[in-house]
Design a protein around this ligand. Structure first.
Ligand code: HEM
Length: 376
């Protein structure tokens, strides 16, 4: 079987460098019907300039990133945090706004600067998540729960923030419980202890790609046995591997003598506290979409017992469902576009412009794989 990444998202359009959109403001609009959109859009306040994401950094060497300009400050009571330890870390160190509400362009800049995520991979991640969970009108994304800080809720349901289940957030995480158990986004010590136990079995007690495979299988079996609503369909399947790759590629200090092996103090620091270890240096080279996809491929091929599928309302009822896209990476991009663009049905006007722009940025997330752009 061949693979790559999950690369969460949609389509695109011809690049326009500096779009100033006279837009209605606010609202997480994915998933609304065209009738709902027609009702809502005129009620939203005009605004917004969509700030383009930065290009690749000039200097991609490792450097101290837990520095004086970016001190760790734990979140205050009103600050929003969520399921991604990297986003929480960026906010706690001020690489993105500390309240946890950021523009996608700020997040791209933050993951590049603080973790050396490659420019294309950063765009794929950020714009994928933004199109699903952010507000395309206000150009704001919550790294956790849905909040009025990204704009008022539409009258119907809203898709809001990274906590939103079964968009990018999913089951069988390694430091958070499944949505079924009530909290899919807060650090969970019981779940994380499995991470520690699995890592202890490696030669030097560090987390690496082999530990990741064992742990993924364990978490997969846990969820089958305990979560009646367990969902491990294609997007989640790849995302789960991808997050594992980030863990041993981007949480390991760029000066470490143990590349691709994460020690437990650093792991706890990121996963539990959203905190860079003291003296932390970012990775010593950028991780591109293509390399990330290749690493995910290796994992997929190495563990045929972890398959796509879901429980059917009771525990231990796991039914395999074939992958919705077989690969390689550009098919993942295409599938994502085809799967999620319909969440914005018959979209017109300012929202359409915004969707086109954000889809184009998403497409730029696949530069290293040389994919063909798909337009709205
Ligand atoms: C340096 C870049 C990044 C790293 C190192 C990273 C790392 C991780 C890890 C390790 C997890 C798994 C947590 C767990 O299983 O308990 C995770 C989850 C998640 N990340 Fe990130 N991430 C990065 C970038 C991003 C970006 C750019 C976004 C979106 C803007 C994002 C959104 C999420 C979400 C929604 C989850 C929840 C998925 C789940 O349910 O496990 N991440 N991330």
């Amino acid at each position: 079987m061949q693979y790559s990444i999950l690369l969460t998202l949609l389509v695109s359009l011809p690049f326009r460098p500096n779009h100033v959109l006279a837009f209605p403001q606010y609202g997480s609009l994915a998933g609304l019907s065209s009738r709902q959109l027609a009702e809502i859009l005129p009620t939203l306040q005009a605004r917004t300039d969509i700030i383009p994401p930065p290009g690749p950094m000039n200097d991609t060497s490792t450097k101290l990133v837990n520095d004086k300009e970016h001190p760790y400050i734990p979140p205050g009571p009103d600050d929003i945090r969520g399921p991604c330890p990297a986003m929480n870390t960026l906010a706690n160190h001020g690489y993105i706004p500390r309240n946890g509400i950021a523009r996608p362009s700020q997040i791209v800049a933050g993951v590049q600067e603080a973790f050396n995520m490659g420019n294309d991979l950063a765009k794929a991640q950020v714009y994928g998540n933004h199109i699903l969970n952010g507000n395309l009108i206000t150009d704001l994304l919550s790294i956790g729960r849905k909040t009025s800080l990204t704009g008022p809720d539409p009258p119907s349901f809203s898709v809001g923030g990274l906590n939103k289940h079964n968009t990018f957030e999913g089951d069988a995480s390694v430091s958070r419980a499944d949505f079924y158990f009530g909290d899919n986004h807060s650090y969970n010590e019981t779940v994380f202890e499995e991470f520690i136990r699995a890592s202890r079995k490696s030669v030097d007690g560090r987390f690496d790609s082999k530990v990741l495979l064992d742990l993924r299988y364990q978490r997969f079996k846990d969820s089958i046995a305990t979560n009646p609503t367990f969902n491990y369909l294609t997007n989640r399947y790849f995302a789960a591997y991808q997050e594992g790759v980030f863990t041993y590629m981007l949480f390991v200090d760029g000066l470490s003598k143990y590349p691709r092996r994460l020690d437990m103090d650093a792991a706890r620091s990121f996963f539990q506290f959203g905190k860079m270890p003291d003296g932390f240096h970012r990775a010593n080279q950028p991780l591109s979409s293509l390399e990330n996809a290749q690493l995910v491929d290796e994992l997929v091929n190495a563990h045929p017992n972890i398959t796509t599928g879901q429980n059917n309302g009771t525990v231990n009822s796991f039914t395999a469902v074939p992958l919705s896209w077989p690969f390689p990476i550009c098919l993942g991009y295409k599938d994502f576009v085809e799967q999620f663009v319909p969440l914005y049905p018959n979209v017109t006007g300012d929202l359409r412009k915004s969707l086109e722009i954000n889809l184009h940025y998403f497409y730029e997330g696949f530069t290293s794989a040389n994919c063909t752009e798909i337009f709205l």
